[in-house]
Design a protein around this ligand. Structure first.
Ligand code: ADP
Ligand code: MG
Length: 139
C-alpha cells in the first residue's frame, strides 16, 4: 500500500497501524533519504508497541533496545559500510525476541534477517511524505 501523509503525526499513526500486526521476531526495514521520516515512523510504531518515553535516532550507537510487552529494537545502519561476521555478532542480539526496525537496511547487506515488512518513505514537500509498505500483513 502507498499513502501520502500530511504531518509527522499522520506518519506515526500509519506506523502504529502496522505495529498492531507485528509480533516477536518480526523485522521492519525502513528506507528513505535523510529527513524522509524513517525515525518518525519508528517512533510511532514503538510508542504503539508500548515503549514509554522518547524514541530518537541511534546516532552514537548502532541501536537502541526498548523494554515493552514485546521488546522493540531500533537500528540505524547509516554509518555501516558492510558488515563482517564480528559486527553481525554485535547486532544479532537486537533481533532476539524483539520487533526490530532497521533504518538504512541496505547497508546491512545479506546479514539481516528477512524483513516482514518493507517501508519506503519519500519527500513530497515540506510537510508531506509518501509512505509505501510492502508486506504480507494486509497493510
Ligand atoms: P529520517 O530518520 O528519515 O532521517 P526523521 O524522521 O528523523 O527522518 O525526520 C523527518 C523530518 O521531517 C522531521 O523533522 C519531521 O518533523 C518532518 N516531517 C514533515 N512532514 C512529515 C511527514 N508527513 N511525515 C514524517 N515526517 C515529517
Ligand atoms: Mg533517522
Amino acid at each position: 500500500m502507498r499513502r501520502v501523509t500530511a504531518s509527522p503525526a499522520e506518519t506515526e499513526a500509519l506506523a502504529a497501524a502496522l505495529a498492531a500486526r507485528l509480533g516477536p521476531g518480526d523485522v521492519v526495514a525502513v528506507s528513505g533519504e535523510l529527513g524522509a521520516g524513517k525515525t518518525t515512523f519508528v517512533r510511532g510504531a514503538a510508542h504503539a508497541l508500548g515503549v514509554a518515553g522518547p524514541v530518537s535516532s541511534p546516532t552514537f550507537t548502532i541501536g537502541h533496545r526498548y523494554e515493552a510487552p514485546v521488546p522493540v529494537a531500533h537500528l540505524d545502519l547509516y554509518r555501516i559500510a558492510g558488515l563482517d561476521p564480528e559486527e553481525w555478532g554485535d547486532l544479532e542480539p537486537y533481533f532476539d525476541g524483539t520487533i526490530a526496525f532497521v533504518e538504512w537496511p541496505e547497508h546491512g547487506g545479506d546479514w539481516l534477517p528477512r524483513a516482514r515488512a518493507r517501508v519506503t518513505l519519500e519527500h513530497v514537500d515540506e510537510s508531506h511524505r509518501s509512505v509505501s509498505i510492502d508486506s504480507d500483513l494486509g497493510l
